[in-house]
Design a protein around this ligand. Structure first.
Ligand SMILES: Cc1ncc(COP(=O)(O)O)c(C=O)c1O
Length: 415
């Protein structure tokens, strides 16, 4: 990562510099299969390091509480226009600092404290902000949960509708953290309209696939759509909330002054740049490769006897059930770490183990695809994973795999 010498940090603060340098090396020498991560593009990184971080801009474009906003007003306007065009939505607010705050803005726009909503259980693939008891969404509101069908490990819409009829949630949430299959927004919207609930699609993971036209769009089916900008979308760490025009005022006032203060204008500029890059043909081709690589990942794992949740993937991620191998997700993370392969443990549907141990792992292809890796490299990575797990007690072998991983990474520098 030649461009990343950070000389100014080195001079000002050698202590922090040391750790940044170590992280640069880690990213250069590790195969990253964490499905929610990516390598942000250089213009996105540059915008985040720009002087826009200096500007306070409470309020919205052309209606701010601070002077000097005439230029960043344009930036925020561009980010909003690009979101609307790319996602084909009626209204957008680009200020949420994160995906969690984008979701929070929808909950506080639609629910009162104690109101019921329906979402997927965290253990089946939902997100913490979809009603977990340790999260604001589970503390302030009353979540009811749907999961997946035991046999197909996909959503059973009859169950979703039965739960919606029984509990009368004000809001139904779809879109997930660890669900390898496409989400049928249309059917969700039909259920929401029959049960008089608002519909929120949280497309944090699949946003890049959606804008590339490789996953069905949530629009025009949802009342609200939230996303992060740093996963398949390849933008800066942050969130966006989209909605129908009729909810615009409510969403804007919930984001600011409801739950946030001044917007991060350097991040909003980076979001605008990422959205521009996501509108190109090159980005579409990139997303096609992300999905193709995920399919090769799934097929190669299956050939070696691994069981995949729902038997495969339509997206950028696969969930592996490691019970047949007799290894927990937690141990797998540690074993693969020794081989410089970075993954995360994940519960699988009906997991008998806790979220700390887990029976599964989640693997995704956005980062390695950004590096330019293709089918051949994915097959090689699967052989590394299999070899590491088979030889998990042989430190010498793990070291040998680590050297091979480093050699592969060297051929595909992310920057
Ligand atoms: C589906 C989903 N929604 C929301 C979030 C929260 O995003 P953030 O970490 O930016 O708060 C995530 C993060 O992984 C996610 O997967």
């Amino acid at each position: 990562m030649e461009r990343m010498n950070y000389e100014d940090i080195k001079t000002a603060d050698p202590e922090v510099f040391k750790w940044i340098q170590k992280e640069v090396e880690r990213e250069e020498e590790t195969i990253n299969l964490i499905a929610s991560e990516n390598f942000a593009s250089l213009p996105v990184l540059s915008a985040q390091g720009s002087v826009l971080t200096n500007k306070y801009a409470e309020g919205y474009s052309f209606a701010r509480y601070y002077g000097g906003c005439q230029f960043i007003d344009q930036v925020e306007k561009i980010a909003i226009e690009r979101t609307k065009e790319l996602f084909n939505c009626e209204y957008a607010n680009v200020q949420p600092h994160s995906g969690s705050q984008a979701n929070m803005s929808v909950y506080f726009s639609t629910l009162k404290v104690g109101d019921a909503f329906l979402a997927m259980d965290l253990r089946a693939g939902g997100h913490l902000t979809h009603g977990s008891s340790v999260n604001f969404s589970g503390k302030f509101f009353k979540p009811y949960f749907y999961g997946v069908d035991k046999k197909t490990e996909t959503i059973d819409f009859n169950i979703v509708e039965d739960l919606a009829k029984k509990h009368k949630p004000k809001l139904i949430v779809c879109g997930y953290t660890a669900y390898p299959r496409k989400v049928d927004f249309k059917t969700f919207s039909e259920i929401a309209s029959r049960t008089e609930a608002y519909l929120l699609a949280d497309i944090a993971h699949i946003a890049g696939l959606v804008v590339a036209g490789l996953h069905p769009s949530p629009h025009p089916f949802t009342d609200f759509t939230t996303t992060t900008t740093h996963k398949t979308l390849r933008g800066p760490r942050g969130g966006i909330v989209m909605c129908k025009n009729k909810f615009a005022k409510q969403v804007d006032s919930t984001v600011f002054p409801g739950i946030q203060g001044g917007p991060l204008m350097h991040v909003i500029a980076a979001k605008a740049i990422a959205l521009h890059l996501a509108s190109t043909n090159e980005f579409k081709k990139y997303q096609e490769k992300v999905i193709a690589n995920a399919k090769v990942l799934a097929d190669s794992l299956k050939k070696l006897g691994y069981r995949l949740v729902s038997d495969g993937t339509d997206t950028h991620l696969v969930l592996v059930d490691l019970r047949p191998q007799g290894i927990t997700g937690k141990d797998t993370v540690e074993i693969l770490k020794k081989a410089n392969i970075c993954i995360n443990k994940n519960t699988i549907p009906f997991d008998p183990l806790s979220a700390k141990l887990t029976s599964g792992i989640r693997l995704g292809t956005p980062s390695v695809t950004t590096q330019g890796m293709g089918e051949k490299e994915i097959e090689l990575i699967v052989s590394f994973i299999h070899s590491a797990l088979t030889n998990r007690n042989d430190d010498k072998k793990l070291e040998q795999i680590r050297e091979e991983v480093k050699a592969l990474c060297k051929k595909f520098p992310p920057y």
